[in-house]
Design a protein around this ligand. Structure first.
Ligand SMILES: *Cc1c(COP(=O)(O)O)cnc(C)c1O
Length: 461
């Protein structure tokens, strides 16, 4: 049931099993946990999303392109909001941010995390209420902090003593009293189901709990009295399937909360446990529902607070991937098909590592399906690769596709909403793909395709 951000071996097919166990029916089937909610395969065999066929979408918007199932995105926002009623759900904008998504997040009642001046600018340009914005980052500049103060951002998550000094000075000069959380490094790093309690918390984010810096940061803020300390924050990692990491984090952070009460007589009213909830990229992944997560996380926090005789603080969480990731798929057109020594078939598509760096960067696993038609051909072991000048330019390491896959076919890769467009590059001067939202039989471009003119416009030499 586990996803591996790292560690899957080339040729390790997990439970995909050998090709002879696969039937054409399997290869045409859509595994529901991998696909946006309105995606189906029509009688004619083409995928459709929001009632629009991908062949029509490709003809209208070109490939490669990201297609956002707006119903799916709204549904995931609602599921988190309902499951965590009584808590504040921040959508982690770094996973993917544009004005249309900011508006959806706003309309569905979520809060919004940003972690740079650029992300803040997108949020404000879309009219997001600043008091519902949280501002993260381990090296926020003076100008970023000044803009956050001017805009009235609700929570600034302070990450270093330098930042406390910088923000205190700016807030004093502006006559403001910003709400802050202190980011705590709790010594738990969770990736997939593993969590490792590191003694020395060797990473760039936050104030060390074990070393006493986190307590010291809170004490300094309380002593100065310029910043309004609302609580503690912890974010333990990404693509997490096992809540035991949150359990250890919550226990340690609640103990710090108790230490602050004992030393200063202050019960901090808020507690932010971050994001990192895993999603399904392949059939091997079995993520928890927001309702399951909420039940377990609330129970952990309540029991730890009871042990420490603390009032239960107002909880926040910050899902990014789990909100936007499954709502999007990338559509590519096949350009070449190459059988390499009978080992596997390389299916080259018209995008690659510039629109999805996660396979190269994290050894991430993805799935793919033939999207423009159904095929009764035998399944073959395929690797979906891009068009970049790099042999590591792999989109999907291993997938069974029908043996008759050919140039001109469309291939769809699900689960590409998070950390794909937001991490996209112009490597090889390949313009970045558009994002197209589809809903109720209608499609609209929400981020337009980059053009060669866009690229040349920056090249002023
Ligand atoms: C990246 C990040 C998140 C979101 O992580 P996901 O894996 O997308 O849920 C939330 N909070 C903080 C502080 C982050 O850095």
């Amino acid at each position: 049931m586990r996803a591996h951000e790292a560690g899957a071996l080339h040729g390790d097919l997990g439970n995909r099993g050998p090709a002879w166990l696969r039937t054409p029916q399997d290869v045409n089937a859509l595994v529901p946990q991998l696909w946006p909610r309105t995606v189906t395969r029509t009688g004619a065999g083409s995928l459709q999303v929001g009632g629009v066929s991908v062949a029509d979408l490709a003809a209208e918007y070109g490939t490669p392109a990201y297609f956002l199932d707006e119903e799916d995105l709204r549904g995931r926002c609602r599921d988190f909001a309902a499951a965590f009623a009584g808590a504040d759900v921040y959508y982690a904008g770094k996973s993917f941010l544009c004005k249309a998504v900011v508006r959806v997040v706003e309309e569905e009642g979520l809060f919004l995390d940003v972690c740079s001046g650029g992300e803040l600018a997108v949020a404000l340009a879309a009219g997001f209420p600043p008091e519902r914005i949280g501002f993260h980052g381990n090296n926020k500049s003076r100008s970023e902090l000044r803009r956050a103060l001017e805009a009235g951002v609700g929570r600034i998550v302070v990450d270093s003593f330098d930042e406390i000094a910088r923000l205190t000075e700016l807030a004093r000069a502006a006559g403001k009293r910003p709400g802050v959380l202190v980011r705590v490094t709790v010594g738990v790093e969770a990736h997939t189901h593993e969590f490792i309690a590191t003694a020395h918390e060797d990473q760039k984010f936050g104030f060390s709990l074990a070393g006493g810096a986190a307590f010291e940061a809170c004490a300094q803020i309380l002593d100065e009295g310029v910043l309004d300390l609302h609580g503690l924050h912890s974010h333990i990692g990404s693509q997490i399937f096992d809540t035991s990491g949150f359990e250890v984090a919550a226990r340690r952070i609640v103990q710090l909360q108790a230490q602050i009460r004992d030393a200063r007589g202050v019960e901090l009213p808020e507690l932010d446990l971050g994001g990192g909830f895993g999603i399904a990229y392949t059939t091997q992944d079995d993520p928890s529902t927001p309702a399951d997560l909420a039940k377990r996380i609330n129970k952990i926090v309540e029991s730890e607070c009871e042990l420490a005789s603390l009032r239960v603080p107002r909880l926040s969480i910050e899902p990014g991937r789990a909100v936007i990731g499954p709502a999007v798929f990338t559509l590519y057109e096949v350009g070449t098909v190459k059988d390499v020594d009978g080992i596997r078939t390389y299916v080259s598509v018209d995008g690659g590592m510039s629109d999805n760096i996660r396979t190269a960067l994290y050894d991430a696993s993805y799935s793919a399906t033939l999207a423009n038609r159904r095929s009764d051909a035998e399944p073959i072991l395929a690797r979906v690769v891009g068009k970049h000048c790099e042999s590591g330019d792999i989109v999907v390491k291993d997938e069974f596709l029908p043996a008759d896959v050919h140039p001109g076919d469309l291939v769809a890769v699900p689960g590409t909403g998070a950390y794909c467009r937001s991490m996209a590059s112009n490597y090889n001067h390949v313009p970045r793909p558009p994002v197209v939202a589809v809903r109720d039989g209608a499609a609209r471009v929400i981020v337009r395709r980059e053009t060669e003119d866009d690229l040349l416009a920056l090249d002023v030499g």
